[in-house]
Design a protein around this ligand. Structure first.
Ligand SMILES: [Zn+2]
Ligand SMILES: [Zn+2]
Length: 131
């Protein structure tokens, strides 16, 4: 099976060759500010860029944070951190699959603002102060 994904303008496109191994929602301020808070995790071997690599820009945070942020420089879509490790962390907002997967876990849940409501049926975990 192939799952397709793309940025808002369609210039960046990618494919997954297997379903995400897990999906996690992050409620930290960094994810909130870059506009992507749910990530689908897939083995790096199963992730493939199809088009638009020339449109990618990368923000590397200062330590202790290490999660890179990849964006489309034309439309600003946040794509997650798809290609910097053995596991691709793909912003779920860019997946074209339907139905979109729901989170398997929540992290930095105590940092969630009031408008970021975590369903009671889902078990949050994580420590606060994920600045
Ligand atoms: Zn774009
Ligand atoms: Zn986060």
């Amino acid at each position: 099976m192939t799952i397709k994904g793309s940025c808002c303008c369609g210039g960046v496109r990618f494919e997954l060759f297997e379903p995400p191994a897990m999906v996690g929602a992050c409620h930290c301020s960094r994810c909130r500010k870059v506009g992507s808070t749910v990530y689908a995790y897939v083995r790096a071997e199963a992730f493939h860029w199809v088009a638009g690599r020339h449109l990618l820009v990368r923000y590397r945070p200062k330590p202790p944070f290490s999660f890179n942020r990849v964006f489309c420089k034309r439309c600003g879509a946040s794509l997650g951190d798809p290609d910097s490790g053995r596991v691709a962390a793909i912003a779920a907002n860019c997946l074209d699959m339907q139905p979109s997967p729901s989170p398997d876990f929540h992290e930095y849940a105590p940092d969630a603002p009031a408008w970021d409501v975590i369903p009671e049926t889902e078990r949050p975990y994580g420590r606060p102060n994920g600045e």
